[in-house]
Design a protein around this ligand. Sequence first.
Ligand SMILES: NC(=O)C1=CN([C@@H]2O[C@H](COP(=O)(O)OP(=O)(O)OC[C@H]3O[C@@H](n4cnc5c(N)ncnc54)[C@H](O)[C@@H]3O)[C@@H](O)[C@H]2O)[C@@H](O)CC1
Ligand SMILES: Nc1ncnc2c1ncn2[C@@H]1O[C@H](COP(=O)(O)OP(=O)(O)OP(=O)(O)O)[C@@H](O)[C@H]1O
Ligand SMILES: [Mg+2]
Length: 332
Amino acid sequence: MQSLLSGASPSMEVDAVSILKSITPSLESSKHKGQAGKIAVVGGCREYTGAPYFSAISALKIGADLSHVFCTKDAAPVIKGYSPELIVHPILEESYSVRDEDKKSISAKVIEEVDKWMERFDCLAIGPGLGRDPFLLDCVSNIMKRARQSNVPMVIDGDGLFLVTNSLDLISGYPLAVLTPNVNEYKRLVQKVLQCEVNDRDGTQQLLSLAKGIGGATILRKGESDLISNGETVHAVSSFGSPRRCGGQGDILSGSVAVFVSWARQAADKAGEPSMSPTVMGCIAGSVLLRKAASHAFESSRRSTLTTDIIEHLGRSLEELCPVLVSQYMGH
Ligand SMILES: NC(=O)C1=CN([C@@H]2O[C@H](COP(=O)(O)OP(=O)(O)OC[C@H]3O[C@@H](n4cnc5c(N)ncnc54)[C@H](O)[C@@H]3O)[C@@H](O)[C@H]2O)[C@@H](O)CC1
Ligand SMILES: Nc1ncnc2c1ncn2[C@@H]1O[C@H](COP(=O)(O)OP(=O)(O)OP(=O)(O)O)[C@@H](O)[C@H]1O
Ligand SMILES: [Mg+2]
């Protein structure tokens, strides 16, 4: 019954651990800073500072070398205060702090700032704690257009999904876009793209149609089973996670998927055409790692498990799934 409700069937279950292992890079003394991934989160506003922090710090805890956050001026000092590891750019502004006559110049300045960095990023996570202010979302649309011109992959989550659901052109036909909707976000996407309601009895087919309808973006539908599709196949990751549904777990996922998509693209560059697209592989790896970390956090903290507890278990969980080969690291 469980699998029927989530739309997953046993045949869709994928060997997620093998995929994660196949894309996780080795640690070698010859590598320099940046080669294991440079990630940027676009999110963080007056209300939400936790979400972009969770996303960006998760990317580092998994093994990315650099993690940036592009957020509003109000959110930046708070996010910097959570962690000295993050590089925080206070460039976005919400309507309440901007005069109408200044909007054009501020918008141009936002793009100018982002342009300085764009080519250096391996993946963007757009939306954790972004909020829904129309002026801010307009600036973020421009950032997305620039990312697309530069062929930078984008993981779109939270309020980023609110934005793209209302402006599908931003991602339509872009194979390097990954959408990670939760139950509400998925419902809004289905309504907008397929113009019907979510139908869990035929969930797999509907997910395929949605991915096709958007035009080749990869969708990770979060739930009891995480279902992943780019319009060609549907894969499921259903390993046991945690029964706690505290807010912020989706934010960990957005940062994790951003790292794994970068790694999957690197692995594909080295090994040639993989059997699965790098965006699909990145979603599968992010999903299985989050579930493992959530299960460890729940073992220790039970009902009081919080997102920060899960983040603390990311490193151990990745080590269990894909141990670092010490001799390789030591150069023996
Ligand atoms: N600690 C944090 O800072 C966290 C922040 N989060 C952020 O919270 C934001 C919302 O994510 P959710 O998963 O809660 O989103 P949901 O789409 O699940 O909705 C959350 C709430 O917003 C309301 N809502 C729906 N449409 C709205 C609109 N047009 N304007 C205002 N409110 C509306 C819904 O009724 C619902 O109660 C995202 O930016 C997300 O990243 C979450 O990730 C949880 C943790
Ligand atoms: N019913 C469930 N059973 C097991 N795991 C679940 C369930 N629902 C969600 N998850 C897991 O939790 C992760 C986060 O999903 P969730 O739906 O809570 O995201 P979200 O609402 O975007 O979170 P956030 O609060 O960060 O915005 C998913 O990747 C999934 O693995
Ligand atoms: Mg979310």
